[in-house]
Design a protein around this ligand. Structure first.
Ligand code: TYM
Length: 331
């Protein structure tokens, strides 16, 4: 079976962007492929969480994974820091990652712009650590949202460079994957850009949000004064809400409001109410399971331990072979 790897940073609760960009693919892939799904706690260190925060966030993501239906019997679920072999591979790959290309990464440039006081080396080499996550299991498919596409390109570059340097065909090329025709970008509620935690809580619908909270956030989503001509192109804020509806609602619901918009008869209040209700239908069962699973510490510990064992077995095999390729002491 083909090998699949993907991870989500432990920066708190998962939102609809994580769910429709990544997790819906995980759920299908776990039945078809040899999947490794992990919690990227090392990656979250770039923003210096306190120990208590880090610990809570890792648990939150694990609970959310399980509540979504990622099944430890069908795939390997683990915490990144439980697999130190990843860190070793990260070091080797760093020797062939160049300052210029790392500085050109879009995610790095965004971080420099948004947080110029914390431009640390870990942030710069973030894509190298991500490549190590993927290459450690020799994965070929990586289910991610649109925002990770460039990182996948870099993972291929680093893997290929390693192969050339050691005259091998050791690493296969990993590609971003989605069952949808294109990689997904879930928009936020703030009228611009993607749904994401760094864009603020009001912009995100979390899987654990209560119905009241979802209704409130959606009712406050950015709109405008309404269409000013028939069949006009939708401005970004409105297009984003339609895109969200396309993701969570039935086709005829979307078609109905689209027609209303085109006839200049849309009432944003009704439109948002429907959008909120469909988001609630999508997330409610997950939220209920989150509450159950979060209280079962024994189960969470068991899942994490089992996953760490399985992930390390695969990672240790890779590291052993790589050490030979590099030429470490064999006498
Ligand atoms: P992260 O933690 O930001 O996001 C986790 C996953 O959710 C997807 N995602 C979205 N997809 C569509 N629309 C959105 N608004 C949206 N927001 C988030 C992301 O594309 C991602 O699939 N660097 C990665 C974590 C990572 C990783 C890896 C992923 C570390 N190592 C190895 C795959 C393989 C990240 O920060 O994702």
């Amino acid at each position: 079976k083909e090998i699949v790897v993907s991870g989500i940073r432990s920066t708190g609760k998962l939102h609809l962007g994580n769910y429709y960009g990544a997790i819906t693919n995980f759920l299908k892939m776990q039945k078809e492929y040899n999947c490794y799904f992990f919690i990227a706690d090392l990656h979250s260190l770039t923003t210096h969480p306190t120990p208590a925060n880090l610990n809570d966030s890792v648990k939150t993501v694990l609970v959310d994974y399980l509540a979504c239906g990622i099944d430890p019997e069908e795939c390997t679920i683990y915490v990144q820091s439980d697999v130190p072999e990843i860190i070793e591979l990260y070091l080797y790959l760093n020797m062939n990652a160049y300052l210029g290309e790392l500085e050109r990464a879009t995610s790095f440039k965004d971080k420099v712009r948004s947080n110029p006081d914390n431009v640390n080396a870990g942030l710069l080499t973030y894509p190298v650590l991500m490549a190590a996550d993927i290459l450690i299991h020799k994965a070929v498919k990586v289910p991610v949202g649109k925002d990770q596409e460039q990182h996948l390109e870099m993972a291929r570059t680093f893997g290929n460079r390693f192969n050339r340097l050691y005259n091998s065909e050791y690493f296969p090329e990993p590609y971003a994957f989605s069952y949808a025709k294109n990689l997904v970008k879930v928009p936020g509620l703030d009228g611009k850009g993607k749904m994401g935690k760094s864009e603020g809580d009001a912009n995100c619908i979390y899987l654990s949000d209560t119905p009241e909270s979802i209704r409130k956030k959606v009712s406050r989503a950015v709109t405008d004064g309404g269409p000013t001509a028939e069949n006009q192109q939708k401005p970004e804020a409105i297009r984003n809400l339609f895109d969200l509806m396309k993701i969570v609602s039935a086709e005829d619901t979307l078609a109905h409001f689209d027609e209303q918009y085109n006839k200049m008869a849309i009432r944003y209040g009704d439109f948002k109410k429907q959008l909120a209700e469909d988001m609630i239908i999508a997330t409610n069962p997950i939220r209920e399971r989150i509450n159950d699973i979060a209280n079962d510490s024994d189960y969470l510990r068991k899942v994490a331990r089992l996953g760490a064992d399985k992930a390390r077995e695969s990672a240790q095999k890779t590291i052993k072979e790589i050490r030979e390729l590099i030429g470490f002491r064999s006498f």
